[in-house]
Design a protein around this ligand. Structure first.
Ligand code: FAD
Length: 381
C-alpha cells in the first residue's frame, strides 16, 4: 500500500480547483463540439499539470509518477473521460517514450515544450489494416541520402490527433521485414505532406479528438528517429506497462466518480414514497460497486508500486488493464440502472461515465489481447 502523501493530496486539491474553474463550465459544450479548445493544453501547462514527473532539466517537477497518474484518475473521477484520455496520451504515453528512449538533443527539444503545452503529443500505431496485429502496419519511412526518412501511409483512431504537434509514430523502415522492420519516429505534424483527416465521431469521449492522419512524402529529419531503427516493437513492449497502468488510472477514477454521483442520486430520488436508497437492490448494487472499487484500487496500487520499483512486467500490465476496464464497464452499467430513464439522458453525467467506459476495453490493446498475454505467460506460448 502506498503511504499517505500530504503533498499529493494538496496537488489533488489544486487540480480539482483547476477543473472546477477551467473545465466544469465548458465541458458539456466541448462534448457537443466534439473537441476541446487547443488553449486547454497551454492552460494545463501553465498551471503545472502536464508531464509533472519529468526531471527538472526537461522542465518537469521530478515528482513521483503516481502524481502524474493522479491527474488522469481525478479527471476521470470528475466525469471528464475525454480529458483524462487526452492527458494520458500526452503525459503518460508520448512523453515517457521520449524520456526513456530519446537522445539528449531530442529530450531537450521536445520535453520542455510538452510540459508547457506548447507541444501536444500523440501516439500513432493503429492503421486501418493493423490494430491488434501491429506487425501488419504499412506506413513506411525509408531513409533517403542518409539525411531524412520519406514517410508515406496513414494512421487511424489517433487520440489527440487534431491538436497534436508531435506524433510518436510506428512505421516500417524496412518494409520487407515484419516486426524487425518497425521503427519509431518523432514526427512534427507541421511538416509538409502531413495531413490531419477527419475528427472521428464516436459513441463516447466526444470531446477527445480522435483522428485519421495521412502522410504523403513527408520528409522526417533522420535526427527524429527514436532510439534504434528496427527496435520499434521492443520499445513498445518496454513502454506498454506505463500506458496500461494509465488506462487503469482512468478506470479507477471513473469507478469512483460514478459511485460518488450515484450515492447522491439514490438518496434524492423517490419511488413508492421513499428514497430509492432504501431498496435492498439499490444498497446491494452500490455495495458491490464499492467492493469492485476496492479490488481495483488494491490491484492498481500494487501495480504503481511495481512500476515505481521498475518491476512491472508485461503480463501484470495486461492484467490490470483488462481487470480495471472490465470493472469500469460493469460498475458504470449497474450504477446507470439505478438512475432509471434519467440514466439514459445525456444531461445526466452517469450516461457519460457509461459511454466513455466502453472504449477502455478496446484501446491500449483489446482486453482479448490482454488475456492472450496473460495466457501466454501461464502456458508458455
Ligand atoms: C477512441 C479511440 C482512441 C484510440 N487511440 C489510439 C491512439 O491514440 N493511438 C493508436 O495507435 N491507436 C489508438 N486506438 C486504436 C486502438 O488501439 C485499436 O482500435 C485497438 O488496438 C484494436 O484494433 P482494431 O480496432 O484494429 O481491432 P482488431 O484488431 O481488428 O480486433 C477486432 C476484434 O478481434 C479481436 N482480436 C484480434 N486479434 C485477436 C487475437 N489474436 N485473439 C483474440 N481476439 C483477437 C479483438 O480483441 C477485437 O475484439 C484508438 C481507438 C479508439 C476507438
Amino acid at each position: 500500500m502506498l503511504k499517505h502523501d500530504a503533498d499529493l493530496e494538496l496537488f489533488r486539491d489544486n487540480f480539482r480547483r483547476f477543473m472546477q474553474e477551467h473545465i466544469a463550465p465548458y465541458y458539456l459544450q466541448w462534448e457537443k463540439d466534439g473537441i476541446m479548445p487547443r488553449e486547454i493544453w497551454t492552460k494545463l501547462g501553465e498551471n503545472g499539470f502536464l508531464c509533472v514527473d519529468l526531471p527538472e532539466q526537461y522542465g518537469g517537477y521530478a515528482v513521483p509518477t503516481y502524481y502524474s497518474l493522479m491527474l488522469v484518475e481525478e479527471s476521470a473521477r470528475a466525469g471528464y473521460g475525454a480529458l483524462s484520455t487526452a492527458i494520458s496520451c500526452h503525459s503518460e504515453i508520448a512523453a515517457p517514450y521520449i524520456l526513456h528512449i530519446g537522445n539528449e538533443a531530442q529530450k531537450q527539444y521536445w520535453l520542455p515544450r510538452m510540459v508547457t503545452g506548447e507541444v501536444v503529443g500523440a501516439i500513432g500505431m493503429t492503421e486501418p489494416g493493423a490494430g491488434s496485429d501491429l506487425q501488419a502496419i504499412r506506413s513506411s519511412a525509408i531513409l533517403q541520402q542518409d539525411d531524412y526518412y520519406l514517410l508515406n501511409g496513414s494512421k487511424t483512431f489517433i487520440s489527440n490527433g487534431q491538436h497534436a504537434d508531435l506524433v510518436i509514430l510506428a512505421a516500417k523502415t524496412d518494409p520487407a521485414a515484419r516486426a524487425k522492420g518497425v521503427s519509431l519516429l518523432m514526427v512534427d505534424t507541421h511538416l509538409p505532406g502531413f495531413k490531419k483527416g477527419t475528427n472521428l465521431e464516436k459513441i463516447g469521449l466526444h470531446s477527445q479528438d480522435t483522428s485519421e492522419l495521412f502522410f504523403d512524402q513527408v520528409k522526417v529529419p533522420k535526427q527524429q528517429l527514436l532510439g534504434q531503427a528496427g527496435q520499434g516493437f521492443a520499445y513498445l513492449m518496454q513502454e506498454l506497462p506505463r500506458e496500461r497502468t494509465a488506462i487503469a488510472a482512468t478506470a479507477l477514477g471513473a469507478i469512483r466518480g460514478a459511485i460518488d454521483i450515484t450515492i447522491r442520486y439514490v438518496q434524492e430520488r423517490q419511488a413508492f414514497g421513499q428514497p430509492i436508497a432504501k431498496f435492498q437492490n439499490t444498497r446491494f448494487v452500490l455495495a458491490q460497486a464499492k467492493i469492485d472499487e476496492q479490488a481495483t484500487a488494491a490491484f492498481y496500487e500494487r501495480c504503481l508500486e511495481l512500476y515505481m520499483a521498475g518491476e512491472m512486467d508485461v503480463q501484470t500490465a495486461a492484467a490490470i488493464k483488462a481487470f480495471s476496464t472490465d470493472m469500469q464497464m460493469k460498475v458504470t452499467d449497474h450504477l446507470l440502472q439505478l438512475f432509471g430513464g434519467y440514466g439514459y439522458m445525456t444531461e445526466y453525467p452517469i450516461s457519460r461515465f457509461f459511454v466513455d467506459a466502453r472504449i477502455q476495453r478496446i484501446y491500449g490493446g483489446t482486453n482479448e489481447i490482454m488475456k492472450e498475454i496473460v495466457a501466454r505467460d501461464l502456458l508458455g506460448r
